[in-house]
Design a protein around this ligand. Structure first.
Ligand code: L3W
Ligand code: SF4
Length: 440
């Protein structure tokens, strides 16, 4: 695919601004502006309903988790035991750190009250009186906006005791992490929140029964929780008018790389990359699509032949990848898949928490192999070593970080083996100096 002109009308109609609809309204982060734009209307409606009816509504909507795994949200809420006498918690995973992913931070920056409103409704549904928003440490500006919005919500009676006269109490704490990617894994996040070093816990038991302080806990992504007020106001059937049968609703796709207008595009699930690129004004002049990630670097790369794959959970899986966080990073024929994979592996190597051997050692070894190949010292055997190492990481790691690290390696070798051979056989000039091998 090469550059082209303005999007066609039928492609423009695929834009479905729901969660992003207030992003262009001036100062929509302020409570008074948010309220003028329908803000907190969903809470008023929800607080008069029975919590079980809200869980059923979310089940009926088909909403699936927006953090990468696509787990059915209503089902997760329904796992919270009732009448158990224990405190329940809602934890929002706002530790957005997957390379290429940029949908939750803009949402919290431009429209923080929509997340807070979703937090209140979700907490009411699962009978939680305390909720935490765990935000990425580097996201200082978004955290400040969120904290200001929480203070405004307390002052207006949307948080605290006897919310809107309903008898329901809720406290919300915004907690900033310390910049570790692993704390986006839900159980490492819980450990970090409890004050421990953030490392994943064994699952099962899942957080739904044994989460924060060993109590029933729902952990949901920002986009998941921010979807809730819209479903409450619009209804499950309206939500399902967008997306596909098994992947309902709109999704915020973050587009980056060799395109004219990178950014966030909220569209019905099932849109294709061809259409997204059209919405983004086409490829940059002189660039042709070569490879791309459908959902961040932890999802297997796809190639130009996958331009018409529907970007929903099932469509991407059928193409051999994962929808993940819908972070579509777009690379052209002027980019090198070997070098890109090396850079991602350096990230995984750096962020590996070190708890399990396959990920801790495997990523270390693979970085060394990539340095060899990219400095012109690689051999054909190195390619087998890479695949063998991936085989010993995938499915043998303690958490998804290890599995995810193998995705760019195996997929780039599947589609772009020739690019590796070009380094090994001297047709491509070395990209790294031999000095990178010293002490590696
Ligand atoms: C109760 C059961 N709960 C599953 C819950 C579980 C979790 C959710 C999904 O990883 C992936 C990862 C990243 N009883 C349950 C149950 N649950 N069975 O359902 O669980 P799971 O294991 O399918 O996925 P996960 O652990 O949530 C998420 C990938 O997404 N990813 C994301 C990367 C980074 C970000 C970010 O920066 N924000 O999301 C991208 O692909 O690699 O594989 O809540 O408790 N029987
Ligand atoms: Fe830690 Fe990696 Fe093992 Fe996950 S897979 S527990 S990040 S070492």
């Amino acid at each position: 695919m090469t550059e082209h002109s303005a999007p066609r009308r039928e492609t423009l109609e695929k834009l479905t601004p729901v969660l992003t609809k207030r992003w262009l309204s001036p100062e929509a982060w302020r409570l008074d502006v948010y309220q003028q734009l329908d803000g907190y209307a969903a809470l008023r409606k929800a607080i008069g309903s029975h919590p079980d009816d809200l869980i059923q509504l979310i089940k009926d909507s088909g909403l699936r988790g927006r953090g990468g795994a696509g787990f059915p949200t209503g089902l997760k809420w329904g796992f919270i035991p009732q009448g158990d006498g224990k405190p329940h918690y809602l934890v929002v995973n706002a530790d957005e750190g997957e390379p290429g992913t940029c949908k939750d931070l803009p949402l919290m920056t431009h429209d923080p009250h929509s997340l807070i409103e979703g937090v209140i409704i979700a907490s009411y549904a699962i009978r939680a009186n305390r909720a935490y928003i765990y935000i990425r440490g580097e996201a200082v500006h978004a955290a400040r906006r969120l904290r200001n919005a929480v203070a405004e919500a307390y002052a207006a009676g949307y948080l605290g005791t006897d919310i809107l006269g309903s008898g329901f109490d809720l406290d919300v704490v915004v907690h900033s992490g310390a910049g570790a990617y692993i704390c986006g894994e839900e159980t490492a996040l819980l450990d970090s929140l409890e004050g421990f070093r953030g490392q994943p816990r064994l699952r099962p038991p899942f957080p739904a029964t044994h989460g924060l302080y060993a109590c029933p806990t729902v952990v949901n992504n920002v986009g998941t929780i921010a979807s809730v007020p819209y479903i409450v106001l619009g209804g499950a059937d309206w939500w399902k008018t967008m997306g596909t049968e098994k992947s309902s609703g709109p999704m915020i796709y973050s587009l980056s790389g060799r395109i004219a207008n990178p950014g966030q595009y909220e569209c019905s699930m099932g849109i294709t990359l061809r259409e997204l690129i059209e919405l983004a004004g086409g490829m940059l002049p002189g660039h042709n699509l070569k490879f791309w990630t459908p959902g961040g670097s932890s999802t297997p790369l796809l190639a130009a032949e996958h331009l018409d794959v529907p970007l929903d959970f099932e469509g991407v899986a059928a193409a051999g990848s994962i929808l993940g966080t819908t972070a579509t990073q777009i690379f052209s024929d002027q980019d090198c898949p070997v070098y890109a994979t090396y850079r991602w592996l350096e990230f995984y190597h750096h962020e590996s928490c070190g708890k399990c051997t396959p990920c801790r050692e495997g990523n270390y070894w693979m970085v060394r192999v990539y340095r060899r190949i990219l400095s012109g010292q690689g051999t054909q055997e190195d390619l087998d070593t890479l695949l063998d190492t991936c085989d010993n990481i995938l499915g043998r790691s303690f958490c998804g970080l290890g599995d995810g690290a193998t995705s760019p390696v195996t997929s780039s070798l599947k589609y772009f083996k020739q690019d590796y051979l070009d380094y090994i056989e001297g047709r491509t000039a070395p990209r790294l100096s031999e000095k990178t091998l010293v002490g590696a």
